[in-house]
Design a protein around this ligand. Structure first.
Ligand SMILES: [Zn+2]
Length: 222
């Protein structure tokens, strides 16, 4: 049993410091009261390690770009370190979401896809590839996300399918109209993207109609 020389109390377990006054305890320790939280410690260490590495890259990048004036050949007016920092901060945000429990996987995934698409568009703009990104990459990535959401909605047993499906419908149709406003001849990729979004929604209603109807009633108190 350990004792505190100041508070004159006996402290069980293997504590190093007095729980009352934080002074060093004297005497022999006993078997610890609490199991050691090794896995959590390792996890927390790895998290801090990656955070440190990311910040090192961001700071080193800014230094090389702004102070040493090292630019990418062919794109000498692009501040590449800012783009790099933007991507790494988004990556950190993703890690934070993954560490936090209880956030729906489909929602996190959709959110991440959107953040990545926005970052991709910003990056593509500086490298003169915005048209290619908006015409091809964005619709393909969105279509992939919608299909993944559809599969998740079909597998969902907790009755949260509605959120994915309505998001899908909204994303597909909205994106199409935004792209139509951008230019009159909307590319086939966006038309296909919208059609897939509608088809998936109809498919969900056909296959899971009763569940979806029940969910609408539950959500809107009908
Ligand atoms: Zn004490």
């Amino acid at each position: 049993m350990k004792t505190c020389p100041y508070c004159r109390i006996e402290v069980g377990g293997d504590l190093k410091k007095c729980p009352l006054c934080q002074s060093k305890l004297s005497g022999e320790g006993e078997r610890p009261y609490f199991p050691k939280l090794t896995t959590q410690k390792i996890k927390s260490f790895l998290y801090k390690l990656q955070l440190f590495i990311i910040w090192t890259i961001v700071i080193a990048g800014l230094g090389v770009d702004f102070l040493f004036d090292v630019r990418i050949p062919g794109f000498t007016d692009v501040r590449w370190s800012l783009l790099l920092a933007m991507w790494l901060i988004a990556f950190e945000f993703l890690i934070m979401r993954l560490f936090r429990k209880g956030s729906g996987s489909a929602r996190t995934m959709t959110l991440m896809v959107f953040i990545i698409l926005i970052l991709l568009s910003v990056t593509a703009y500086y490298f003169n590839m915005l048209d290619f990104t908006l015409d091809w990459i964005a619709p393909i990535v969105i279509t992939g996300t919608m299909i993944a959401n559809f599969v998740l909605a079909m597998l969902d047993k907790k009755g949260n399918a509605m959120v994915y499906l309505l998001t899908n419908l909204l994303v597909g149709v909205l994106a199409y109209f935004v792209m139509r406003m951008r230019s009159d001849n909307t590319l086939a990729t966006w038309i296909i993207c919208m059609l897939i979004s509608v088809i998936l929604f109809v498919g969900a209603v056909i296959f899971k109609g009763r569940t979806v109807a029940g969910e609408i009633r539950r959500r809107f108190n009908m």
